[in-house]
Design a protein around this ligand. Structure first.
Ligand SMILES: *[C@@H]1O[C@H](CO)[C@@H](O)[C@H](O)[C@H]1NC(C)=O
Ligand SMILES: *[C@@H]1O[C@H](CO)[C@@H](O)[C@H](O)[C@H]1NC(C)=O
Ligand SMILES: *[C@@H]1O[C@H](CO)[C@@H](O)[C@H](O)[C@H]1NC(C)=O
Ligand SMILES: *[C@@H]1O[C@H](CO)[C@@H](O)[C@H](O)[C@H]1NC(C)=O
Ligand SMILES: *[C@@H]1O[C@H](CO)[C@@H](O)[C@H](O)[C@H]1NC(C)=O
Length: 336
C-alpha cells in the first residue's frame, strides 16, 4: 500500500536530525524545511480529518505527536488538539488516511489542527479515480489526480454507480454544445481541451496528455447519457474494454467493434459488435444495422449516438433536450 519508511531513514531522521527536527517543530507552518528535504509535515490550522484513527495519545507538544506518527509506518496524517487540555497536554490522533484519500471527510474545525506527511511519506499520487477507490474512497466528486508527468489536476470520480469499478470523467457536453469543435469534428487523438481544470457537465474535455495518462491506468471505457440526472440504470449506456477496442487510437467509418454492453433506446446486448465512426467525434450510427448489434428500430435517419450529433433522436437520453448531456469515462475494476 503505502511505502513504509526505511529503518535507515527513520534512524537518520530520529537520531541524526534531532536539532533540525526541533528547529523545524517550532516552525511547522513551513511546507518545506531544507534540513529535512521533502519528508516533512504540513500543518493546516483549524482542520480535522473525520476518519477512524489508529491511536490516540496524550502529548506534551506538537513534536511528540509528529514523532508518534513517524514511528508508526501506517501513519499518514494526524489530528492534534488546537489547545491544551486541563492537564496541560494535547490530544493527538494518528490516521492511516489523509485528506487526499478522503477529501470528503476533511473539514474546518475550531478545536483541531491537521498535519500530513509531505514528500516521500505522503507517497500517494493517484493517477486515476481507480486508486482512490482502491484505498476505500467511496464518495463521488472532484479528486486530485496526477498525470504521468507528476502534475496534478482536478478530476471527477464516479466511485459508486457501478460497484467494483471506479470511473474518471474524460469529457461531458450538453446537446446545446454539440457544435463546439471539441465535441463535433475532433477525434480522441486531437488535443482539444475544454475547461480541463474545472470539471463540469456542459462543456468539458481533458487534454490529450491527460487522457493518455488516464488511458494507461484504465482497462475500460464507457459512455453515459445525462448522468447527473439519471445516474446509471444501463439505459442509453455503452461500455467496452481497451483490449477489444482502443477508442483513443481508432479512426474509421462504420467498423464493427466489440463492446461489453450497449443499450440504445432500450435495445441492448452483451459482448457483441457495434458500428463505430471516428474521424469526427467518436459515435455509433444506430440507423446503420451492419454489425451484430442493431438499434435501427425506432431510429431517426442517420441517428448519432454518444457523440457527433449531426442528427439526433429526442428518444435517446443524451439528446432529449438542449440540456441533455453525454459523458465519456475511463475506468478499471477494483481489486479485492
Ligand atoms: C471537530 O473536531 C472534534 C475533535 O476535536 C471532533 O470530535 C468533532 O466531531 C469535529 N467537528 C466537526 C464538525 O468536524
Ligand atoms: C474543427 O472545426 C474547427 C472550426 O471549423 C476548425 O478550426 C478545426 O481545425 C477543426 N478540427 C479538426 C480536427 O478538423
Ligand atoms: C434491454 O432491452 C429490453 C427491451 O428490448 C428492455 O426491456 C430491458 O429493460 C433492457 N435491459 C436493460 C438492462 O436496460
Ligand atoms: C465474447 O464473444 C466472443 C466471440 O463470440 C468470445 O470469443 C468471447 O469469449 C466472449 N467474451 C465473453 C466475456 O463472454
Ligand atoms: C435547460 O436548463 C435551463 C436552466 O436550468 C432551463 O431554464 C431550461 O428550461 C432547460 N431547457 C430544457 C430544454 O430543458
Amino acid at each position: 500500500m503505502f511505502p513504509a519508511p526505511s529503518s535507515y531513514w527513520l534512524h537518520f531522521f530520529v537520531f541524526s536530525s534531532l536539532l533540525a527536527v526541533e528547529a523545524y517543530a517550532q516552525d511547522l507552518d513551513a511546507t518545506y524545511h531544507p534540513d529535512l528535504r521533502q519528508d516533512v509535515f504540513v500543518k493546516e490550522k483549524y482542520h480535522f480529518l473525520n476518519v477512524p484513527g489508529i491511536g490516540m495519545f496524550t502529548v506534551y507538544d506538537t513534536f511528540d505527536c509528529t514523532l508518534e506518527c513517524l514511528s508508526n509506518p501506517s501513519c499518514l496524517s494526524l489530528n492534534l488538539a488546537a489547545s491544551k487540555g486541563a492537564d496541560g497536554n494535547f490530544w493527538c490522533e494518528l490516521l492511516t488516511s489523509s485528506k487526499y484519500i478522503n477529501p470528503g471527510e476533511y473539514k474546518e474545525n475550531k478545536t483541531s489542527h491537521y498535519f500530513f506527511l509531505k514528500g516521500r511519506f505522503q507517497g500517494f499520487q493517484p493517477t486515476s479515480c481507480f486508486e482512490y477507490g482502491q484505498q476505500g474512497a467511496s464518495k463521488d466528486g472532484i479528486y486530485k489526480i496526477y498525470d504521468n508527468g507528476g502534475n496534478s489536476f482536478q478530476a471527477y470520480c464516479d466511485l459508486r454507480s457501478e460497484p467494483g469499478i471506479a470511473w474518471t470523467l474524460i469529457m461531458s457536453w450538453s446537446r446545446e454544445n454539440r457544435v463546439v469543435s471539441a465535441f463535433r469534428n475532433t477525434s480522441f487523438q486531437n488535443n482539444v481541451p475544454e475547461n480541463e481544470n474545472s470539471p463540469n457537465w456542459d462543456r468539458y474535455r481533458l487534454s490529450l496528455a491527460r487522457m493518455r495518462s488516464l488511458q494507461v491506468h484504465s482497462t475500460h471505457w464507457r459512455a453515459t447519457c445525462s448522468y447527473p440526472t439519471h445516474g446509471i440504470d444501463f439505459r442509453d449506456y455503452l461500455r467496452g474494454n481497451f483490449k477489444d477496442f482502443n477508442i483513443v487510437d481508432f479512426l474509421g467509418s462504420g467498423e464493427c467493434k466489440r463492446v461489453e454492453y450497449v443499450d440504445i433506446r432500450g435495445h441492448n446486448g452483451t459482448n457483441l459488435t457495434v458500428p463505430f465512426w471516428q474521424g469526427w467525434a467518436l459515435h455509433i450510427d444506430s440507423y446503420s444495422g451492419s454489425c451484430e448489434f442493431s438499434a435501427t428500430v425506432g431510429a431517426v435517419s442517420s441517428e448519432d449516438n454518444f457523440g457527433y450529433y449531426g442528427t439526433f433522436n429526442p428518444k435517446f437520453r443524451c439528446t432529449q433536450t438542449d440540456n441533455s448531456t453525454t459523458q465519456w469515462w475511463f475506468g478499471a475494476h477494483l481489486k479485492k
